[in-house]
Design a protein around this ligand. Structure first.
Ligand SMILES: Cc1cc2nc3c(=O)[nH]c(=O)nc-3n(C[C@H](O)[C@H](O)[C@H](O)COP(=O)(O)OP(=O)(O)OC[C@H]3O[C@@H](n4cnc5c(N)ncnc54)[C@H](O)[C@@H]3O)c2cc1C
Length: 542
């Protein structure tokens, strides 16, 4: 986002990207054996060392909470250890970053998402408000062609979306009956997935493969939406397959550029007047912590030991519902609908924070996965089950907020080096009582919805209680007014060095009541880029 804004405004930008360029034409989804192929963003084993991270000890699970554990009828327990699964961070390294396999959810955070402490007494307030981001949300929705329905009683009032909402899939319409019966409101999701043509890109064909790589280019991932436009200005030099490992300083204590390795481990120096770090909530703190110098022996921006702290993971819970009739769950969009009834805390709630519920075909797109997760057994009974029930299962799920906690953190692992000999990030993250309560709430809600919708059976549950799948990680270089408790200010500028900015998920203070983060990451970056350009013109950065 920042590259686009800066290049369009006449600035020269060099982008150092750790991953390759991916070509949507080569994603495997239209090949007959696509389920047997590695994912479009698979990292070959010899490259794996470029993507390493480690973790601390994981927490012991509480036997009295065994009802929260993950299982499926076909596979049994999905994690049988007495301790929680080690952190599994989901991301893509490549031009476009994790938007390559995101599901296109484009959520504006609700106003209370930025003021949870002053409005509800939990988390922390951001140093900015929804009003500050609104004009940026609006612009980005136009650029990405976001489709949605503005009539959402649980969200701030707003104008029309640039594109009409996607129609709910057959499966979502079926599950909506359960939401309706319980008085909950399942609405079309707001999605950066085209419902109408935009420039040279066609609308979605509802193949349901959003996170596997959108071959149609209907999903507005950064590689097909804004990066081509930024590069077309002639002012962007994008260098893929390189690893930035240190920000360098000049004699005045300002950043002078970045040191990076190419894939043959040759070190290069990129000089820069301003450095924007946007490596994601795991790699950004790692880069800052590895950027040690005489002035910053504890790492850049880390004068008060805040870099890496307040890490927030994804608190998810999912009930798998099997219907007796076909609901065609393999067709549609991966997350075409959401219910925001619990996005703001409700009276009497036994935990702090918000939750957003939804419907997702998730891993039931193809018959291999379906057979593995849903259809038990072998031989005739298995085949009969597949013939009669393929497409009858669906996930009813919730994502809630992980409250920021200073002990949930990323440090450097002095024992483990990556392919280039640079210490990797080590993540320690635990769930507290609040997250467990929240998971219990989501388990009750999602089961009740599935049952009210008339599901024949709940055939499984996946829960962050014992599993880990961190897709919405954030908070490791959070923003704030107080340099002792935050790393960057409201414009994503580090408190320590005026010409170093952090424009990614790590600047998050809280998780907006369970909403998905990308649109807010982008809005923050666009706002920060405006500030950066104004300051640069005034000479205030160097
Ligand atoms: C399966 C899945 C589905 C998701 N669905 C949604 C959704 O529908 N809506 C939503 O809002 N969010 C979704 N998310 C989350 C969203 O994709 C991420 O929160 C978001 O993309 C994070 O943006 P970022 O800029 O912080 O990091 P990233 O998008 O991960 O970008 C970081 C980039 O930095 C590069 N990099 C890292 N280290 C270095 C280095 N040392 N040198 C050079 N380059 C480096 C990486 O290769 C990468 O390209 C999803 C995530 C997953 C995994």
């Amino acid at each position: 986002m920042a590259t686009y804004a800066l290049a369009m405004a006449g600035f020269s930008v060099v982008v150092l990207e750790a991953g390759p360029r991916f070509d949507p034409a080569h994603y495997p989804l239209n090949q007959k054996d696509w389920e047997a192929q590695p994912s479009a963003f698979h990292v070959p084993p010899k490259e794996g060392k470029k993507h390493l991270y480690t973790h601390g000890e994981t927490e012991a699970l509480d036997p009295s909470l065994s009802h929260l554990r993950s299982w499926t009828k076909a596979l049994g327990p999905l994690h049988s250890s007495p301790t929680r699964m080690p952190p599994r961070i989901q991301r893509v390294k490549g031009v476009g970053g994790s938007t390559l396999h995101y599901q296109g959810e484009a959520h504006r955070f609700s106003p209370h998402g930025f003021q949870s402490q002053s409005q509800y007494g939990y988390g922390e307030d951001w140093p900015l408000t929804h009003k500050d981001l609104e004009p940026y949300y609006e612009k980005i929705e136009q650029w990405l062609g976001v489709a949605g329905d503005p009539r959402n009683p649980f969200k701030a009032s707003r104008g029309p979306f640039p594109m009409t909402p996607h129609k709910l899939s057959c499966a979502s319409q079926r599950v909506k009956k359960g939401f309706d019966k319980l008085g909950l409101h399942l609405s079309p999701n707001s999605l950066a997935i085209l419902s109408q043509p935009l420039e040279d890109r066609p609308p979605c064909n509802y193949c349901n493969g959003c996170s596997l790589g959108c071959m149609m280019r209907a999903k507005s991932s950064m590689d097909v939406s804004l990066i081509p436009k930024a590069e077309a200005t002639g002012r962007v030099t994008l260098i893929p397959n390189v690893h930035a490992h240190r920000i360098t300083l000049n004699a005045q204590g300002k950043a002078s550029g970045v040191l990076y390795f190419d894939h043959e481990k040759q070190e290069h120096r990129q000089r820069a007047k301003v450095v924007v770090v946007a490596a994601g909530a795991l790699e950004t703190p790692r880069l800052l912590l590895n950027s040690i110098s005489k002035e910053y022996p504890e790492g850049l921006g880390n004068r008060h030991d805040v870099v890496g702290r307040y890490c927030m993971e994804t608190i998810f819970q999912n009930s798998i519902a099997l219907f007796s009739e076909p609901i065609h769950s393999y067709k549609g969009l991966q997350i075409d609908s959401r219910a925001w009834d619990f996005n703001a805390p409700s009276p009497g709630q036994t935990f702090q924070g918000g939750v957003v519920l939804g419907v997702s075909a998730g891993n039931f797109l193809g018959p291999f996965a379906y057979a593995q997760f849903v259809a038990p057994g072998w031989g005739k009974s298995h085949k009969d089950f597949m013939r009669t029930s393929f497409g009858n299962a669906i996930n009813v799920f919730g994502i809630g907020e992980h409250l920021p906690h200073p002990d949930n953190r990323i440090t450097l692992d002095p024992e483990v080096m990556d392919f280039y000999g640079v210490p990797v990030a080590k993540l320690v993250t635990t769930l507290k009582k609040n997250e467990r309560e929240m998971l219990g709430f989501m388990a009750r809600q999602t089961k009740a919805i599935a049952e009210a919708a008339g599901a024949k059976e709940i055939i499984g549950q996946e829960s962050a209680y014992d599993l880990s799948a961190i897709s919405h990680m954030g908070g490791t270089c959070r923003m704030g007014q107080d340099p002792r408790r935050s790393v960057v200010n409201q414009f994503c500028q580090t408190h320590d060095i005026a010409n170093v900015f952090v424009m990614d998920n790590s600047s998050f203070v809280t998780q907006g009541g369970g909403d998905s983060p990308s649109l807010t990451i982008q809005a923050l970056a666009l706002r920060a880029a405006d500030y950066l350009m104004d300051e640069a013109k005034k000479g205030g950065l160097t």
